[in-house]
Write a new protein. Structure first.
Length: 587
């Protein structure tokens, strides 16, 4: 299709995996099948339950085969997601409820599956943690597989992609995302649904494939074969771009590839400013599979290992041995590089291994993170014991999320020491004492950072929540998302207060929120004096290059001038203009 045959369409989504791609659209149409709704006679109830069992068994075999296939090519982590889907097929909350509807309401199995899936998905809506909220789609994948098997439809149809395809879909299952990414034919991904922690985003980042997710109705607005240019950093999509736009994208791609190659040549050099200020650049991961990409992009360690994925879609939480093996795997893969593991950040009404819970009216400010762990002590202790045992195998640091005051920090540390004593008495080998830090992500923690710094070994600023709570907005709410301003003066003052408190107490201060990896903010964070920045693998070369070409003294002058301004819009406009002026080929 000629790029001038139809008008150019501009779409906006969420940049989920950095990079620029140009290719022809391959529309993956995985539309949900139309569900028949039938009432059953009494004599039809038992045969319908048997039909349901047959579909469950078939679905289980299919997922087992897919798991084996993906394990050989993609590693065990994506296979773990498929194993979670298998567990859902046997979960009483799913199976027993479907059978109850068949028997009591006398409805066909397809209808019952859809009703139960809708009910389970609503449970996820109340979860503040984005990673867990994204797992709503897992319920949909499992339900759709069962319904298709009930109706005798093809489930895992092989996808044959052309070269340099931009895969466009309403959503992608873990199997689709992993199998297509490994083909080597995908230039980029575009999905209507999803966020930074969706399966598509995780797979794309691990494979360094540009991706834009959460793009609304993109799969309806883009036609098969359309020429698509996408920017996975800014979340921009151009459909059938003009020749000038296409030339600009190709030039951007060329410069990006050239810069990436040049930056990767310096991957083992330090992120040090021209006047000698050293920042450690490390990575955020959900899955161990992402480690290889981190190392190839020059990461000096892991600044945030989210441990929640092991608790995903299970009837019961993972035991101490399973957690120990997972932490050990990551520590050994990183060698002597530091690995910062965040303790469990669960919340809302999603409680591993339990049934329904009362919906919280405001889950973002409810029982979550360290509050949840201290309310579920045995679950917390199991994780702490596993971490203590794993510390033998690498350079481990640990941090507690959502600490609001000194009492929570002391309680959490007390539990850790009790577990250390318990294991020591039992003769279990333990590593040397490791640093124990906290996530600073609430205004209360920012305001008393000087006191917290007396008892925490390090700070790691979680800007996603800190900005959200400081500005009193829900960043998932589209109506107020425009108010989410990392350069709001109150945010900058909070960051300055946190860094100052850490420096005065002589402890390191890191940042692991999304702000850390955005090149626009690199000099702001250099000026503030952060010791460590944690980000996705693809962001590391750009941020490192900016730091290595800049002086901290100059960055401080820029920040001082910005903080003399008042509105977030004025500050952002000034910072962007200054970044363009200093680093026009990178910013």
């Amino acid at each position: 299709m000629s790029s001038q045959a139809t008008p150019t369409l501009n779409l906006k989504g969420i940049g989920a995996s950095p990079g620029v791609a140009v290719g022809h659209a391959y529309i993956l149409d995985r539309k949900r099948v139309r569900t028949p709704k039938l009432r059953l006679a009494e004599a039809e109830v038992d045969p319908e339950r048997m039909r349901m069992k047959t579909a469950l068994d078939l679905s289980d075999r299919q997922l087992s085969d897919l798991k084996d296939q993906i394990s050989k090519t993609e590693g065990p982590e994506h296979a773990l997601i498929l194993e979670a889907h298998r567990l859902m097929l046997h979960d009483p909350m799913f199976v027993d409820e479907v059978n109850r509807l068949i028997v009591e309401d006398r409805i066909n199995a397809e209808w019952a599956v859809r009703r139960v899936a809708r009910k389970l998905k609503h449970l996820f809506d109340n979860i503040p943690d984005e990673y867990f909220r994204e797992r709503r789609s897992d319920v949909e994948y499992v339900a759709d597989r069962v319904v298709r098997n009930l109706m005798g439809q093809v489930v895992d149809e092989e996808v044959v992609l052309p070269d340099h395809a931009v895969v466009v879909s309403h959503d992608l299952s873990p199997a689709d995302a992993a199998l297509m990414a490994r083909s080597g034919r995908v230039a980029g991904f575009v999905t209507d649904l999803g966020g930074q922690t969706s399966h598509t985003a995780i797979v794309a980042r691990a494979r360094s494939t540009p991706a834009v997710v959460g793009a609304g109705r993109a799969s309806e607005q883009i036609s098969p074969g359309d020429l698509v240019a996408l920017d996975g950093t800014r979340g921009l999509i151009l459909v059938n771009p003009t020749e000038d736009q296409l030339a600009l994208f190709h030039e951007t791609m060329r410069r990006h590839q050239e810069f990436e190659a040049k930056a990767l040549e310096a991957k083992d050099l330090p992120a040090q400013s021209t006047d000698g200020f050293r920042i450690r650049l490390v990575g955020n991961i959900e899955f161990p599979e992402e480690i290889q990409s981190l190392l190839s992009h020059g990461a000096e360690g892991i600044g945030l290992y989210r441990t929640e994925f092991m608790f995903l879609d299970r009837k019961s939480p993972p035991g101490e041995e399973e957690q120990y093996r997972a932490y050990r795997q990551v520590l050994e893969a990183m060698g002597n590089r530091p690995v910062t593991i965040r303790t469990l950040d669960l919340g809302g009404d999603k409680v591993p291994g339990k049934g329904k819970h009362e919906k919280e009216p405001n889950p973002a400010m409810g029982l979550r993170a360290i509050r949840y762990c201290l309310a579920n002590r045995e679950l917390f202790r199991v994780q702490l014991r596993a971490l203590l045992r794993a510390s033998v195998h690498g350079n481990m640091r640990m941090m507690f999320p959502l600490i609001c005051g000194m009492s929570e920090l002391r309680e959490a540390r007390s539990e850790l020491e009790a577990c250390r004593t318990e294991l020591g008495r039992a003769g279990v080998p333990l590593g040397k004492r490791f640093q124990v830090g906290i996530m600073v992500e609430t205004p209360s923690a920012a305001l008393i950072a000087d006191r917290l710094a007396q008892e925490a070994d390090f700070f790691s600023v979680g800007t996603n929540d800190l900005i959200q709570y400081s500005l009193a907005i829900d960043r998932q709410n589209r109506d107020v998302a425009y108010l989410y301003k990392p350069l709001h003066l109150s945010v900058l003052r909070s960051l300055k207060n946190i860094v100052t408190a850490a420096k005065e107490a002589g402890i390191p201060v890191a940042m692991c929120g999304e702000m850390a990896g955005d090149p626009v903010y690199a000099l702001v964070l250099l000026a503030l004096g952060f010791d460590e920045l944690s980000m996705t693998a693809g962001q590391i070369p750009t941020v490192k290059s900016i730091i290595r070409q800049s002086s901290r003294e100059d960055a401080q002058r820029m920040l001082d001038a910005a903080m003399d301004l008042t509105t977030a819009e004025e500050i952002e406009r000034y910072i962007r203009t200054e970044m363009d002026r200093r680093l026009s080929d990178l910013a």
